[in-house]
Design a protein around this ligand. Structure first.
Ligand code: ZN
Length: 189
């Protein structure tokens, strides 16, 4: 691929995004959340949407920005980290994603310090690499935080459960209210 040769032998540094942006990408681009949602799908978010703007701000200029199908493919892979049993299977999924994205640690020297960074030799998988590296770094800093899925029957969005008891059931107040109403009606029937 021609664009790889621009980089020569230098490894491609993999930038990172906040975990909240990873969540937004998966919930807007992955296939399952769209299929389960009862809201009609309105297509992928526009180029000036929040997740796209964040991606553009970190994406290396020498690589073309991924189109929507490429983003969706990466999001579908990372979605599995959230659906599998936490923590054991989620850790295995992250290990698999690290391998798929060709991610490895790269050390770079600044003036007075050595910095630990992520790099990949697979520029064509950079979107998967960005999502995975961002998640791995987040998990490294917050190992007790659970990665899961909304339990509403009308939603399959991913969530980051920061509750001390790891008992967050719904991705949003909207889903929580919907399920409360459903339970209330079921009791009344
Ligand atoms: Zn939800």
């Amino acid at each position: 691929m021609a664009r790889v040769s621009i980089l020569g032998d230098m490894p491609l540094r993999v930038p990172q995004m906040p975990v909240q942006t990873v969540v937004e990408f998966i919930n807007e681009w992955a296939t399952v959340p769209q299929e389960v949602s009862t809201r009609p799908w309105e297509g992928y978010p526009a180029r000036d949407s929040g997740p796209r703007r964040t991606l553009r701000s970190i994406w290396p200029s020498e690589i073309g920005e991924p189109d929507d199908p490429a983003v969706a493919e990466a999001c579908d892979l990372v979605y599995l980290v959230f659906t599998d049993a936490w923590p054991g299977s989620a850790a295995e999924r992250l290990n698999a994603a690290l391998a798929d994205a060709g991610l490895r640690v790269h050390l770079s020297a600044g003036d007075e310090a050595i910095r630990l960074e992520w790099a990949t030799d697979c520029p064509e998988r950079l979107m998967l690499a960005v999502l995975t590296a961002s998640l791995v770094d987040y998990v490294g800093q917050a190992p007790q935080v659970r990665l899961g899925i909304c339990e509403s029957s009308a939603c399959a969005d991913v969530l980051v459960d920061r509750s001390p008891t790891r008992t967050k059931h719904y991705c949003s107040a909207r889903c929580q209210t919907r399920e409360r109403v459903r339970a209330y009606r079921a009791r009344g029937a």
